[in-house]
Design a protein around this ligand. Structure first.
Ligand code: ATP
Length: 836
């Protein structure tokens, strides 16, 4: 902004208190902000403000911001410079602070302080009204003479500098183009001056006074220069002029940096060579016309820029990225459905439904020869092979694979990049991925789309929508690139643990394929076909050196892991391989060195090959079993029942515990329960109270009002995990029925189902995962709602064969199945007192 546009600053300005430098109108300065009031100003005005006006602040020199917000303000310097904050950079190292780049607009005087906290705001009076001079051909009278004198010295100064250096040329142009009345401020801020001198220039409100002060400063600079030129011995014959005159202020920044003469020339040559190379590359990578245009424009700018300018590096990085991007580089698709089937089968055991759907998807894409259509989204617990199926798809297509982890991404710019105006700006993950793979048709796996966050920096899911939408993604514009890149050849696949937290608009564009957890038998197969060979290879072992028989695998699956996928299982095999590797390595050492030293005879004896991992070896290596069959132990007193829960990590068994004590009929619930679950607990109590007589349930003192003089405490262990949902209803009823009747719930029964106040059992979700969890935990009978019977078809036959399913339509069915010998109800006519 120059003064001839007629700057009008707001009547009220937030004040930034500075003590080290002096900002003058027309120059730019970096200001470090770390004191309390100033920090608050930056946060409240500059980071939150959206209008241009909110970026205008008053910069007061010679005034220290007190160390604490409670401290009184020191005397404020009366005159300051209104400035526009063009850049804010935050950092936490070595302590929390901001660095502002502020361009001075005009002087102001503080009239009154409006408030001191959280930051200083003042009524101000604008002092410079320089536009009154513009339009005049030249300044009149004394002012005219002074301005001519200043111009003369300024021209002399520039004449002493080397014009071939771009910054000097720029200064020359500046002198010609800037209104002369702005020059005292601008030149003072450029030449070598002390802060005190700058402060004097700032305080010189009258223009004449300012000229009078600036001229001696210029003369001093010229004299200094002459001295340098005299004392410096030229290194070459053709002596070049000294350029080392324009100092960079400490903490400040302006375009005229200190140069060493020779360096600048050599660098300049090298630079222009480099830039020419860059331009050649830009022209050779076949980027679209628009991108080419932008790049060539940037090259032009680069040529004019001194290398020391921060923007030089920024622009160069940008151009280098543009060159590296795969604008027209793609790999050749080599899809053959039958070999794809074989490859998928070879890489993954089970997962039939998923593999079938993937093949269909690939077949359609091959026939249609384009990628429009829904994005596949694999949803299932961790470690069930979602990512590795994605990798196999890339392999079958002969495409590059790149995984983009979205867990915790809460900033739009993560996907779409930062605008290049930010220091440290970068392209987003999509463009970065393309740069990494180097082709424009890779398979991108968007991992964990359900864990996308949201924040003030914009909603990343909105950016992803654009990426995934085939109608839009042919012209995806990353903020950093600022030109469109065609993503329509990229094959996107998403994975998630649950659909519940995927933003609905995103979910709408995807075809969800559920990947359920594995049964122990499937795990056994996966272990022997894939995990064990993979781990052996990774640890440099061969099957001739170690054997892990099936019973050891069963032991690990059932007693050392309790998960839906196979990730922990794989890790356990890793631990076994490490232990074996030590033995084998020791053996090799023993084989090489003759065992003549009998003292450590035991250690160096070569182990017998192959080392067989039996149950004892498993225990030695992995320690005592982590999961004991705790069922009967925990169900050995009344008031405990086993429920089945669904979590994004798969199914789980869940204990419900109840106890009662003397009290006033209060119900206490613990274990981090959600509202729905709390309501289930109240429903359960109400239903039991109303049926207490029929089931002969009594309170602590033997009466039928269960809450009379009785407090009840219901607890759901694993208290640190939040739980919610209605499906624990039947378990709570069973647990309380056990408590009030004093009878034990069967230890081999687990249940799930929502309840109503009238005692009906309603269907719930996640039956397959829940049943698999029950099976893993060694449960023999599972009580499910009658209307969930159809879901049993999804459960693998051998699991179904191992379990007994009891379907229930009312709580009576549940209680009868949960207790040994049933849970008899006295029919209502038995309760009616005889009138005879
Ligand atoms: N059916 C399978 N056949 C062979 N290996 C499998 C199978 N399922 C999983 N694996 C193996 O299990 C490991 C974990 O799988 P992967 O990383 O693909 O899980 P994921 O479902 O993507 O988990 P997350 O949701 O945590 O990313 C991999 O080493 C993978 O090869």
């Amino acid at each position: 902004m120059s003064s001839d546009t007629g700057i009008q600053i707001p009547g009220r300005l937030p004040l930034l208190l500075t003590n080290e430098n002096v900002l003058l109108p027309g120059s730019s300065m970096r200001i470090t902000v770390d004191s309390p009031r100033n920090m608050k100003l930056v946060k409240a005005r500059l980071l939150r403000g959206t209008s241009l006006k909110s970026t205008i602040i008053g910069v007061l020199p010679n005034t220290r911001d007190p160390d604490s917000e409670e401290d009184e303000l020191p005397t404020l310097h009366r005159i300051g410079t209104a400035g526009i904050s063009v850049q804010v950079v935050g950092s936490n190292w070595p302590k929390s602070h901001f660095t502002l780049l502020v361009t001075g607009l005009c002087r102001f005087r503080t009239v009154t302080i409006v408030k001191e906290r959280p930051f200083v705001v003042a009524e101000v009076e604008q002092l410079d009204q320089l536009e009154q001079y513009t339009g005049q051909a030249s300044l009149k009278g004394e002012l005219g003479q002074l301005s001519e004198e200043l111009l003369k010295y300024a021209a002399q100064l520039v004449g002493m500098l080397d014009m071939s250096v771009p910054v000097v040329a720029k200064l020359r142009r500046l002198l010609d183009s800037m209104p002369v009345e702005t020059l005292p401020d601008i030149l003072t801020s450029m030449i070598r001056t002390t802060n005190k001198e700058k402060l004097q220039i700032l305080d010189a409100v009258e223009l004449e006074e300012r000229f009078k002060m600036a001229i001696p400063l210029l003369i001093r600079q010229i004299e200094g220069l002459k001295l340098i030129q005299k004392t410096r011995k030229p290194r070459h014959e053709d002596q070049k002029k000294v350029v080392a005159v324009l100092p960079v202020r400490k903490g400040g920044q302006h375009p005229f940096k200190q140069f060493s003469l020779d360096d600048s020339v050599e660098e300049g040559e090298e630079d222009s060579n480099d830039i020419a190379m860059l331009e050649k590359k830009i022209r050779s990578v076949h980027m679209p016309e628009q991108a080419l245009k932008v790049c060539l424009k940037e090259v032009k700018r680069l040529r004019k820029m001194p290398q020391s300018m921060p923007e030089f590096a920024l622009t160069r990085n940008y151009l280098e990225l543009m060159v590296e991007l795969p604008w027209d580089r793609s790999s050749k698709d080599c899809l053959d459905i039958s070999s794809a089937r074989i490859l998928l089968d070879n890489d993954h055991y089970a997962l039939d439904k998923l593999k079938k759907r993937v093949l269909e998807y690939l077949a359609v894409r091959q026939l249609k020869n384009n990628l429009k259509g829904p994005i596949l989204c694999f949803v299932g617990p961790p470690g069930v092979g979602k990512t590795s199926v994605g990798r196999s798809i890339a392999k079958t297509l002969g495409r590059e694979f790149h995984r983009i982890a979205l867990g915790g991404v809460c900033d739009q710019s993560d996907i779409r990049g930062h605008r290049r105006t930010y220091v440290g700006s970068m392209p987003g993950r999509i463009i970065n991925g393309l740069k990494t793979v180097g082709v424009n048709n890779p398979v991108f796996l968007l991992d964990e789309v359900d864990k996308l966050g949201k924040s003030l920096q914009g909603d990343p899911s909105a950016a992803l929508l654009e990426v995934l939408d085939p109608e839009q993604n042919h012209s995806f514009t990353d903020h950093y690139l600022n030109v469109a890149f065609d993503l329509s050849q990229v094959l996107f696949i998403a994975t998630a643990n649950t659909t519940a937290t995927i933003p609905p608009a995103l979910l709408d564009r995807m075809e969800v394929i559920q990947v359920p957890g594995y049964t122990p038998e499937e795990k056994m197969e996966i272990a022997h076909r894939h995990l064990i060979p993979k781990q052996l290879e990774q640890h440099g072992l061969s099957p001739l050196q170690v054997q892990i028989p099936q019973e050891a695998t069963t032991e690990i699956i059932s007693r050392y892991t309790r998960e839906a996928g196979v990730r922990t299982l794989e890790r356990k095999f890793g631990a076994i391989c490490r232990a074996v590797a030590v033995k084998v390595a020791e053996g090799q050492k023993a084989a090489k060195t003759p065992a003549d030293d009998s003292s450590d005879h035991d250690l160096v004896l070569p182990p017998e090959m192959p080392i067989v991992i039996d149950k004892q070896a498993v225990r030695d290596i992995l320690g005592p079993p982590i999961f004991e069959m705790e069922m009967s132990e925990r169900l050995n007193q009344p008031g405990v029942a086993v429920g089945l829960a669904w979590t994004p990590l798969g199914g789980e068994i869940m204990f419900v515990e109840a106890s009662r004590m003397e009290g006033e009929g209060q119900l206490t619930l613990t274990g981090q329960l959600g509202d729905v679950m709390k309501e289930s607990a109240h429903l359960a109590i109400s239903w039991l109270r109303s049926n207490a007589k029929a089931y002969q349930l009594t309170n602590a003192s033997g009466g039928f009002d269960l809450l009379d003089n009785t407090d009840i405490h219901l607890h759901f262990p694993a208290g640190a995990v939040t739980k919610d949902g209605p499906s624990a209803g039947v378990t709570i009823v069973t647990c309380l029925a056990s408590l009030f009747s004093g009878r034990l719930v069967r230890s081999d029964v687990a249940m799930t189902g929502e309840i109503t106040l009238r005692g009906l059992v309603l269907p719930v979700g996640g039956i397959k995962d829940k049943v698999l969890a029950a099976h893993r935990a060694g449960i023999k009978q599972v009580i499910i709602p009658k209307r969930n019977e159809k879901d049993l078809e999804e459960i693998p036959a051998h699991v179904r064969a191992d379990l007994k399913f009891i379907t229930s339509s009312c709580l009576d069915d549940v209680l009868n199945a949960a207790f040994d010998g049933g849970f008899p109800r006295i029919r209502s006519h038995d309760l009616v007192n005889s009138k005879l």
